[in-house]
Ligand binder design. Sequence first.
Ligand SMILES: Nc1ncnc2c1ncn2[C@@H]1O[C@H](COP(=O)(O)OP(=O)(O)OP(=O)(O)O)[C@@H](O)[C@H]1O
Length: 599
Amino acid sequence: MFPQRLDAPQAYGIAKAMMDGFNRHYRLFRTESARAKHRFETADWHGQQRAQRERIEFYDLRVKECVRRLEKEFGAGAQSMDVWHQIKLHYIGLLVDHHQPELAETFFNSVTTKILHRTHFHNDFIFVRPAVSTEYIENDEPAARPTYRAYYPSRDTLNATFYSVIENFQLQREFADLARDTACVVDAMRSRIDKVKLRANFQIQVLTSLFFRNKGAYVVGKIINGFNEVPFALPILHDDDGKLFIDAALFGEDDLQMLFSFARAYFMVDMEVPSAYVQFLRSLMPRKPRAEIYNALGLAKQGKTLFYRDFLYHLKHSSDKFRIAPGIKGMVMLVFDLPSFPFVFKLIKDYFPPPKETTREQIKAKYLLVKQHDRVGRMADTLEYSEVAFPRDRFDDALIAEIEKYAPSQLEISDRDGDGQTEVIIKHLYIERRMIPLNIYLQEAFDTGLSDPRAHQQMERSVVEYGNAIKDLVAANIFPGDMLWKNFGITRNGKVVFYDYDEIEYLTDCNFRRVPTPRNEEEEMSGEVWYTVAPHDVFPETFGPFLLGNDAVRAVFMQHHGDLLDVDFWQQHKERIQAGHVYDVFPYDPERRFHHAAH
Ligand SMILES: Nc1ncnc2c1ncn2[C@@H]1O[C@H](COP(=O)(O)OP(=O)(O)OP(=O)(O)O)[C@@H](O)[C@H]1O
């Protein structure tokens, strides 16, 4: 019921306290993101990784704080429905002229649903859709930096323009040779602009904040000429002498998609108007959902909210059924999908067959570890949801039977919200991008026959990429635990990504061992493992038999990644990480590098 008069005295106080709670959250989030610049300038790589990890927790902490305050000062949970309506209207009033209204609405939802719980709240109390527009928000304060700057070079001044683009970031560390670097950037652009006529609107637009992640800082912008727009990104790194240099020039949507991949850690970006950044980035990557862009900027709760809205919208406009996901079923996860929707839904089973010795809590801890860790483009990000309701008539009966059998504690089938529709409510689930499981992808190549050159190439690329994926994980201090093909998937652009996290360990926690020499014939002839194995022992020599049954696969693997079967490979990486070394991970092809690092 829409209140005609805002006459509840507590309503404004509650709305204002909620807004204060959000503003405090965004101030802290932004400060931490802005500090990334200093950490980059001072080469504080461990600090950067720690901050990336810790910032993820900020949101939940602030929501909890706010809930506590509302309960203590206002007895918020005991307020009537009428008061809650008024709180929302006051809050909408406070959002006018706010610079992050969409995030503030989501914060309102998080706090409200915590206070009112599922049973009590109604969609009228929260923001199911945005109430306040994010279009054309500008920060008009005198000292405010705009979202992006425009530069108007001619053909002759391109070099000088890029020079000032970089200088305008005022990085407090010297470049080894910035003129050399900008010349390389212009050179890389040459093929794109040499033969085209430069139109009246020829310009370069550059986001005013740098994007920081791990050991890199990225300039992000676009080149506009006539009706054409070309996105670009310039990674800035430290060389061996501690001087800065531009490592590559990335152009086009595909390059940018790789940089902003869901399988990488979130960026640190100092933004007053995040929606304006999202809008700009969306113009660079029109196919990337806004949810993923918010995620990549570290605004994960907003990403989650938008994803869910997109999902409900998709459900309304589709008619297919949820089904058990294709591929080999998991022992700990029950995985299902909706064919028309490019994501999978994973729930933790209630019990696990041997040899799995794990618990729901341990599995959740591993998924959290991955969320907080640098995923180096090789581990899929997951969105975690609780109490998700799906329409029952969209569920395949076989899938319901599967959930009833393996995860009954997670399932409720009822009409909880009383709207006359039966729903399947899943207590806890992870949602992640759907990929083609590598075992299926390889099987496709085998089925075609490896004498077919394309099938052979598909197999070869998969095996090489699989090894590369493991090596990137190793560099990020991750031992995947279960390296079977089925635990990896192929993404849209042919990258291999890992998605089975229940046996993941830090590399530095593992003991890499050689298989001991048998002491007698009995041990030698034994088909079983006759030596004692402690929980964190890993025997790289033994990987082969599991992975390399196929001769053609074996040949490719041994040629490119034979070192993965060698205990020394693992041990050396472990020692370097223990000694404090942070490996570089490049979110672009090494061939794209200008190769200045060694100069
Ligand atoms: N992101 C994904 N895209 C496509 N298929 C997936 C994805 N995640 C999981 N699957 C499918 O679901 C199966 C089980 O998933 P997952 O490996 O996460 O479960 P698990 O129980 O941890 O497995 P394991 O028994 O190896 O421990 C996979 O083998 C694959 O077929």
